[in-house]
Write a protein that binds this ligand. Structure first.
Ligand SMILES: [Zn+2]
Length: 442
């Protein structure tokens, strides 16, 4: 098929997907990802792809599609995506969020245009094109488009699907979480691919004093000023520079060398792109950010306890003891306090910086004459790649290339109004996924 007809096809699929309102929030009746699952099943079935609609709840179905491999022992690859989107308020939008308008400059507007019906469409069309061109993969090629990624509370998406379907254990996968292009101050460009996600372990720090009537401030031992003395001890919340492997790999890719002076390396990264130094430093260990506060619930009562909840993001390999040790050493022992852990730890997870998928991404860029530097990154948020790594040790990455859509447009539309993508990037991503399958499974 020509690039022109492939381009028309992926634009049409992306628009059809955006027009399915699959808003996901913790309200009954929302989700409706079955609209997308049935649509994709109907689309792919026509090209001889094996398709199944797999649902825990009828209106919240997942799509599992496969081009079977010729060699049962060969490594397999999965194209992964989610079909739900976050809520939006149409009043804030230039074009209605579920009408999938393509304007005269080639921008496709709509909820999900970058997160991530664009990628789902590109992966679906790549799968279709591979099937109808007679591609016979050595190992299985999967396409898994799941419900309920944005909220996850209903547990009808990837976590449930992998438990329900122990046959879905791809060796490699590619999902959301990368592909953006950053212009560096030295004239180079970097293209990011995601190798993993940070985890979380929030803590509540409670200063402990003694209650008293506020009319005489020296009565008792007011916990509020005690907490106010404790919190600055957390500093700027960034970890001390260390040689954590993910951060080291980022610095090596950016600087083109191993710089032993980590402070100098981070400063150089910061001059290359605003904010990149702190982003990399935040991958060198746990970050601590106090976000919620509780004191007295009566103005005239000085409380015996005052609490701050601290958002803590952890890197792969971090243990509960690591986090607790760091928090306690920062807080010191001269002010009495208690630590409580409001949520269980969500472990960080990552895949190797180098491997089959990263090599295929590099080869695609090179074949395109694209001289950008590939930059491995760790997401601070959560994606379904986490479940794939946990269930079957999948080498799970985030990548879909963008060339025409600037990073500023991606960032401003992400979970926000006026989400949009340039249609040329839909074709670029489709071509990338066709190339990826041929390189990995051909
Ligand atoms: Zn997403």
């Amino acid at each position: 098929m020509t690039d022109t007809s492939l381009h028309d096809e992926v634009i049409e699929v992306a628009r059809d997907l955006i027009r399915c309102d699959t808003t996901n929030a913790r309200e009954p009746g929302l989700g409706n990802e079955t609209l997308c699952a049935e649509y994709l099943a109907g689309y792919l079935r026509g090209f001889g792809v094996e398709v199944e609609v797999v649902a825990r709840e009828p209106h919240r179905a997942n799509l599992v599609a496969r081009l079977p491999g010729s060699d049962a022992g060969a490594e397999s690859l999965a194209f992964v995506g989610h079909t739900d989107v976050v809520p939006c308020d149409p009043r804030d939008w230039t074009h209605p969020p579920f009408e999938a308008v393509v304007d005269d400059d080639g921008w496709l507007w709509g909820r999900g245009a970058v997160d991530m019906k664009n990628e789902v469409a590109a992966r679906a069309v790549a799968m279709a094109e591979l099937a109808r061109s007679g591609f016979r993969p050595r190992g299985d090629l999967w396409f898994v488009a799941v419900a309920d990624e944005e909220d996850g509370f209903a547990d009808v998406g990837m976590r449930w699907l992998l438990e329900e379907r122990p046959d879905v254990r791809p060796t490699h996968s590619v999902n959301e979480g990368g592909g953006e292009r950053l212009p560096l101050s030295d004239g180079r460009e970097v293209v990011c691919y995601s190798i993993g996600e940070k985890g979380t372990l929030p803590v509540q720090v409670t200063a402990v004093g003694e209650a008293g009537h506020a009319s005489v401030p020296t009565l008792g031992r007011n916990a509020v000023p005690l907490l106010a003395r404790l919190l600055p001890r957390l500093g700027d919340g960034l970890p001390e520079p260390t040689t954590a492997p993910e951060a080291t790999a980022m610095l090596r890719a950016l600087l083109g060398r191993d710089e032993p002076d980590l402070v100098a390396a981070l400063a150089e990264a910061e001059t290359l792109y605003d904010g990149l130094g702190d982003t990399i430093r935040s991958l060198m260990g746990s970050t601590l950010a106090p976000t919620m506060l509780w004191g007295s619930n009566k103005r005239n009562v000085m409380p015996a306890r005052a609490t701050a909840e601290v958002d803590i993001r952890i890197v792969p390999g971090t243990t509960h003891a690591d986090v607790e040790g760091r928090v306690r050493s920062l807080l010191g022992d001269d002010i009495p306090y208690e630590l409580t852990w409001p949520e269980a730890m969500v472990e960080a997870s990552s895949s190797p910086v180098e491997g089959v998928v990263p090599a295929a991404i590099a080869a695609f860029l090179e074949a395109e004459g694209d001289s950008a530097t590939l930059l491995p990154t760790l997401c601070t948020g959560f994606t379904d790649s986490n479940f794939l790594r946990a269930a079957g040790g999948t080498h799970a990455y985030g990548f879909s290339p963008f060339r025409t859509t600037p990073n500023s447009v991606l960032e401003s539309g992400y979970h926000n109004a006026n989400e949009r993508v340039h249609v040329d990037d839909l074709l670029l991503s489709t071509r990338f996924h066709i190339d990826l399958a041929r390189r990995v499974l051909g």
